[in-house]
Design a protein around this ligand. Structure first.
Ligand code: PLP
Length: 427
């Protein structure tokens, strides 16, 4: 790919003509800094309309784990596009979806072996919540309609997913009074948080359908990490009080925290797991909600009312499933988890000097997630623009600057990202 860093700043005609008609994510449209027009990607690089080339520190919201435009995924997509891009999943099934379901079931631990496909992470979470609610209803329990979830958690932007996210600190605080009220607790990692957690289960277990958690790393809620022992505790408590356990692995799944799935680090099998983001290696939208056999069996009945009434139009899209199968091939044929370990080591060493800098609250690394937490960020738009000036695409949010690069990122590209973070904080 030709590099033209620092080239002209003229923007494309489509950019000027189209921008007045789009509504951008998580943006105050009146004050948001101009978005960057991207025209091409390759590996860990994003090329802008004016020829500038940025090293990507985000992997497109943690999806592009193999880097952009991997030839193996592209070839699989081209084959599938010629055969059948999409058919509805009602009344029809196809090889890419069934193969993917079989492979996911084989990769996930325990008897997590029934896969319900959808097209986004938020919807996968909605389906998980719905499965949990209906599981109890189908088994004859009434009143189990609440969830235990955690401060710092983020599970998506749809109503149900927002309600199990952190509604105090999180981005959806304004909706707090409009959503069903769940138990939003501190993760049970300290004596007092364990006591509170146990107390809620002791007092309200018969109202609780499930515990919902992002295992090991809470992503959009602040890039906070916790110990695998917390997950073991959740599993034990869920068993003791007979509530379900849902792991939202939409961020952590597919190697991001160092193992293929975060639940492996604790040796814990959740009752339901949600997957998305890196599932297709960052090429097409696809998500999966995977249930253990016992959950599925609660829906297995002669009564039509016991069925799971859900079916997104584009569920199990054949192109997306072909991309996901190709992505799983790459986890088998290329040394992804070794690359994650190498990234982890490099980021730990290269971000460490930030720890002593003024305004830096914490530096932490888990798998291929590197975080520099600041006391505060006053002008996030200006900070993001500074990174772009330095040739890096890094998107701080809240008070954190983070890196979640592609696992295929070259050592010198990663070094550029970590150096830029140090340089910008120090300036
Ligand atoms: C843990 C987790 N759950 C759910 C979601 C929502 O996924 P989507 O944006 O695809 O709806 C996200 C997105 O960042 C996430 O990180």
């Amino acid at each position: 790919m030709k590099s033209k860093r620092g080239g002209g700043r003229q923007s494309a005609e489509w950019f000027e003509a189209g921008m007045p008609h789009v509504w951008l994510p998580y943006s105050q449209m009146k004050t948001a800094k101009a978005s960057l027009p991207a025209v091409r990607t390759q590996g860990s690089r994003i090329v802008l309309a004016d020829g500038r080339e940025l090293i990507d520190g985000v992997a497109s919201w943690w999806t592009a784990c193999h880097g952009y435009n991997h030839p193996h995924i592209r070839a699989a997509l081209e084959r599938q596009l010629a055969l059948m891009p999409h058919v509805m999943f009602g009344g029809l099934v196809h090889e890419p979806a069934l193969t993917l379901a079989r492979r996911l079931a084989a990769l996930l631990p325990g008897d997590l072996d029934r896969v319900f496909f959808s097209e986004s992470g938020s919807v996968a979470v909605e389906i998980a919540l719905k499965m949990a609610l209906q599981y109890w209803r189908n088994r004859g329990f009434r009143g189990r309609s609440r969830f235990i979830c955690f401060r710092g958690g983020y599970h998506g932007d749809t109503a149900g997913a927002m309600a199990v996210s952190d509604l105090e600190e999180g981005m959806h605080a304004a909706f707090r009074d409009m959503l069903p009220e769940h138990f939003i607790l501190d993760l049970p990692g300290t004596e007092s948080s364990i006591a509170t957690f146990e107390g809620v289960l002791e007092g309200y277990a018969d109202e609780i359908a499930a515990i919902v958690v992002e295992p090991l790393a809470q992503g959009a809620g602040g890039m906070k990490f916790h110990d695998p022992a917390v997950l073991t505790r959740l599993r034990q408590a869920a068993d003791r009080y007979e509530v379900l356990l849902i792991f939202d692995e939409i961020f952590t799944g597919f190697g991001r925290t160092g193992t293929l799935f975060a639940c492996e680090a604790a040796g814990v099998v959740p009752d339901i797991v949600t997957l998305s983001k890196a599932l297709t290696g960052g090429t097409l939208p696809l998500a999966a909600t995977v249930a253990r056999r016992e959950i599925f069996e609660a829906f297995w009945s002669d009564d039509p009312k016991a069925a799971l009434m859900h079916g997104p139009t584009y569920m199990a899209n054949a192109l997306a499933c072909a991309a996901a199968n190709a992505s799983l091939d790459l986890f088998e044929s290329e040394p992804r988890l070794e690359q994650v370990a190498a990234i982890s080591t490099a980021m730990s060493a290269e971000l460490e000097p930030c720890r002593g800098m003024p305004g830096v609250k914490d530096v932490r690394v888990l798998g291929a997630i590197g975080v520099v937490e600041l006391d505060r960020i006053d002008d996030i738009g200006a900070l993001r623009a500074r990174f772009v000036e330095e040739g890096a695409f890094i998107r701080p949010f809240g008070n954190v600057i983070y890196l979640t690069p592609a696992f295929t990122i070259a050592a010198d590209e990663l070094a550029l990202l970590t150096n830029v973070i140090g340089k910008v904080i120090a300036s």
